[in-house]
Design a protein around this ligand. Structure first.
Ligand SMILES: [Ca+2]
Ligand SMILES: [Ca+2]
Ligand SMILES: [Ca+2]
Length: 499
């Protein structure tokens, strides 16, 4: 009931409207670019002239073919496969569909070159002009530099960003060559919808009890895949989706195989499920990678991991999927696990090239969580081997820029079994529940602020819960399934509102 009284803010209405009005306009990859992210200028939306771009003439005036339609392209002589949008004239524009999970202030950098007199362009978000940016001569058409357009507010939801060339300083001449645009979140001025105090309420049980399920929230709906169903530790392929705005559950496509302990990361509207333990406990680790498309309700195979892993962690940094840690198989008396795996692999979803090796973890472990925040990757908590009595409080951060892992502030206590209940909200990492010493489940909800390198506390869940699946959308936490007691599956559902 409380829900109905709350004002419905722009995001839902706006995204519905934009979908209706721009039915023919679709993002380059079929899914919106999820900010913060870098977007290749040449990967503007599909839809055609007058819909997703405007160009002065149907011919391609550039030296390279990249896409048909009239936009002009030049090849990057230094990076095979990279292109510039060239020959930009006054009145031309390009549009990009992006998605922000939560409301925030974003800064934009635009990488461009200009060998002429320059001019100016505007950035428009959903048709609203964000102001003029001047283009000056950069020392030649092959000499690129970045210009900034700062402090743009993006509400949570989908948006169309237009880059429009408004004026050439010499009439009829080209204004700039564009390589890419990059959105970064301005964490200092982003309004935080995150309070410390939450009112948690328990909703009706979901249709299916499970623990060690995997999942994530996409467009406000919580998706839960697989998991174990009983004290015999039997795995299921069953998957469900919960819409907290209606309280309705929908059974979705079963997973292609019964999995638990996958690494989960979201790219646009696709949920990546990486590795995992296959079948009933103690199942073997797998190299399998599945992509669940939330739009088509289908699972397809992704590039297999270099080696089998279960209970590792995944995180998405822009278009780059990271996977690290885990074990080669689940532990059993017949097959005790002997080593934690430090391997760290990355998969570039925009540029392909398969899984690549990255810097190994400094403290290899399993049953940890992965998170991506401000262009860095976090490895959070977990356990060593099958020791549930001494979970890890350590948190490590990986910088793709330096290719190094370093330690940051540890959690207040050791926590494992948090892989699908760790999420990023408004520039902070939130860990909901989990298991501590001796698989005692936890009700506490903690948050990490990278600006202060400190862990804080949010209002606790009404009951302790480990291995739960959690998400956040429009100021609301949603938490479902998991176990309060080891090996006991629940269908619990909790919603948290700012108090
Ligand atoms: Ca043209
Ligand atoms: Ca042009
Ligand atoms: Ca480019």
């Amino acid at each position: 009931m409380l829900r109905r009284l709350r004002p419905v803010n722009g995001p839902i209405v706006e995204s519905l409207e934009s979908r209706q009005l721009l039915a023919a306009q679709t993002p380059f990859y079929g899914m919106p670019f999820k900010v913060p992210i870098s977007i290749q200028a040449e990967q503007y939306d599909s839809g055609g002239a007058g819909v997703s771009f405007n160009d002065s003439e149907r011919t391609n005036l550039g030296d390279a073919s990249y896409r048909a339609g009239g936009v002009d392209f030049n090849a990057d002589p230094n990076t095979p496969g990279n292109y510039y949008v060239s020959h930009t004239k006054s009145g031309e524009w390009l549009e990009y569909t992006v998605q922000a999970d939560t409301t925030g202030v974003y800064d934009m950098k635009i990488r461009l070159s200009c060998g002429g007199a320059g001019g100016r362009f505007h950035i428009l978000i959903d048709g609203v002009d964000q102001g003029t940016t001047a283009v000056k001569n950069t020392g030649g058409w092959d000499s690129f530099s970045t210009v900034a357009r700062n402090d743009m507010l993006l509400t949570g939801g989908q948006h169309v960003v237009r880059l429009e060339f408004s004026k050439a300083n010499v009439t009829g001449s080209d204004i700039a060559d564009l390589d890419w645009i990059r959105f970064t979140r301005d964490t200092e001025s982003s309004p935080s919808s995150l309070n410390a105090a939450y009112d948690w309420s328990q909703k009706s049980d979901g249709p299916f009890a499970r623990y060690e399920g995997d999942g994530a929230i996409v467009n406000g709906k919580l998706y839960i895949f697989g998991g174990y169903i009983n004290t015999q530790i039997q795995a299921t392929t069953r998957s469900d989706m919960y819409d907290p705005s209606t309280g309705k559950w929908t059974r979705i496509a079963d997973m292609p195989e019964p999995l638990t302990h996958t690494g989960v990361a979201v790219h646009g509207t696709t949920i990546w499920l990486v590795g995992g333990f296959l079948g009933d406990h103690p199942g073997p680790g797998t190299t399998h990678v599945w992509r669940y498309n939330t739009l088509s309700n289908t699972c397809s195979r992704g590039p297999a991991l270099p080696e089998a892993r279960g209970a590792g962690a995944a995180a998405m940094d822009g278009d780059v999927l990271h996977f690290f840690g885990g074990l080669t198989h689940a532990s059993s008396s017949a097959n005790p696990v002997k080593s934690d795996m430090a391997d760290h692999w990355t998969l570039d979803l925009a540029n392909g090239g398969g899984w690549k090796t990255a810097a190994p973890m400094i403290n290899p472990r399993n049953h940890l969580a992965g998170a991506s925040l401000n262009g860095k990757i976090y490895a959070i908590g977990g356990q060593h081997l099958w020791d549930e009595n001494n979970p890890v409080s350590e948190v490590d951060v990986y910088s793709p820029k330096t290719s190094r892992w370093t330690k940051v502030a540890s959690m207040p206590e050791g926590r494992s079994h948090i892989s699908s209940s760790t999420l990023v909200v408004d520039g902070r990492i939130i860990v909901i529940g989990g298991a501590t010493n001796g698989f005692d489940s936890l009700a506490s909800v903690i948050d990490y602020d990278p600006a202060t390198d400190k862990w804080g506390k949010l209002s606790s869940l009404p009951t302790p819960l480990a291995t739960t699946v959690a998400g956040y959308f429009n100021d609301e936490f949603v938490v479902a399934t998991g176990s309060q007691f080891d090996l006991v599956a629940t269908a619990d559902v909790f919603i948290g509102w700012p108090a």
